[in-house]
Design a protein around this ligand. Structure first.
Ligand code: AMP
Length: 280
């Protein structure tokens, strides 16, 4: 496995290394868990060469303290990736990708507005910009995106189509802990009590899924109450949003005809968690 901190050195090496080989790319912010590794496994299966980027992207943090506090563990990440036989790692500094006077941004207009976009100003502009930069650097045949961040996956899919990038966007299923909590680098911030409450998010999503499937005509208000009851938040927690949307437009679904995406963001104490469930 080879690791690069400089973008130009990475590209020079890549060009010689990958002649006529298919490249799979997994963009990450590091602090790797089984969710990240599932993307890497899939890329390894489907490509000759797998490239992983580890970059905590300052441009996608709407709160400075969140960026500062984001857990960085490059050494451990490199060891995990070496074990998975990742071929190349790109782990640049923030300055390397955002030098002074950086001023070009990519914005996927409509898909970035609802759900998380309504609560995190500038977040998705930061995401699409960094992913486009990384796609330009790596020039992969396939890019692997987790459905845990469903809106992010849809934005990247749209951007790739809109900008005619010759890349296949591959959505990968959500990897969960034994009790259903979606794996996330943020889970480590939860106290033991918070961790127990966090597991309710998935259970509440599941119970809403069951409700919709069993009673097709069930009203939105009833679904919402059902979700809140099953979520059983403590006073320190907060439901940021709970939405039932069409998975392609991410706009509110008027009826319960499938496919539907049930998506939520919940603050468990000071930690913001997102999760979703796709109903086919
Ligand atoms: P992150 O490092 O959090 O930016 O995530 C990097 C990639 O891993 C993104 O495509 C995420 O959607 C994906 N990912 C993160 N957590 C999970 C999970 N629990 N299951 C599947 N994919 C995930």
């Amino acid at each position: 496995m080879k690791t690069f901190r400089k973008a130009d050195q990475f590209q020079n090496y890549l060009r010689q290394f990958v002649q006529k080989k298919s490249i799979g790319f997994v963009p990450t912010m590091g602090d790797m868990h089984a969710g990240h590794l599932s993307l890497i496994h899939r890329s390894k299966r489907e490509n000759d060469v797998t490239v992983v980027s580890v970059f905590v992207n300052p441009a996608q943090f709407d709160r400075k303290e969140d960026y500062a506090k984001y857990h960085r563990s490059l050494k451990t990440d490199l060891a995990k990736m070496k074990k998975e036989k990742v071929d190349l790692v790109l782990a640049p500094s923030a300055y390397e990708l955002y030098p002074e006077n950086f001023q070009t941004w990519v914005n996927v207009e409509n898909l970035s507005k609802p759900l998380c976009g309504a609560f995190r100003p500038g977040h998705f502009r930061g995401v699409t910009t960094i992913v486009l930069k990384l796609l330009n650097l790596v020039q992969p045949h396939r890019v692997y995106m987790g459905m845990k961040d469903f809106q992010q996956y849809k934005l990247i899919e749209r951007m790739v189509q809109d900008l005619n990038l010759p890349i296949q966007v591959v959505p990968c299923p959500i990897v969960r802990e034994g009790d259903g909590l979606a794996m996330s680098s943020r889970n480590r911030r939860l106290s033991i009590k918070e961790r127990t409450r966090a597991a309710q998010i998935f259970r509440a999503l599941q119970s809403v899924g069951d409700l919709i499937k069993s009673q097709n005509k069930v009203a939105r208000s009833q679904i919402f109450n059902h979700f809140k009851k099953n979520l059983a938040l403590a006073p320190a927690d907060k439901l940021e949003y709970f939405e039932i949307v069409h998975p392609d437009t991410l706009l509110s679904a008027k009826n319960n005809r499938l496919p539907l995406l049930i998506a939520t963001a919940v603050w468990i104490g000071k930690t913001r968690l997102i999760d979703n469930m796709l109903l086919h």
